[in-house]
Design a protein around this ligand. Structure first.
Ligand SMILES: [Zn+2]
Length: 59
């Protein structure tokens, strides 16, 4: 599933730093998490399921 693959990629990216950033260039949605790894997944779900449903290549 695409969302799962994106989530795994995000986990690889964010595990060392415990931060995550995501910006949708279509609608301007911006998500940034710093030092709160427990909150990455719910915010990532929000980013992936908002109205634009971004493809993996935008991450
Ligand atoms: Zn968007």
């Amino acid at each position: 599933m695409l969302a799962e693959r994106i989530r795994q990629a995000f986990t690889r990216l964010t595990t060392p730093m415990q931060t995550a950033t995501y910006k949708c260039h279509k609608c301007g949605l911006s998500v940034k998490i710093t030092n709160y790894p427990d909150r990455i997944e719910p915010l990532l779900d929000l980013a992936l399921t908002h109205r634009c449903k971004p493809p993996a290549k935008t991450l």
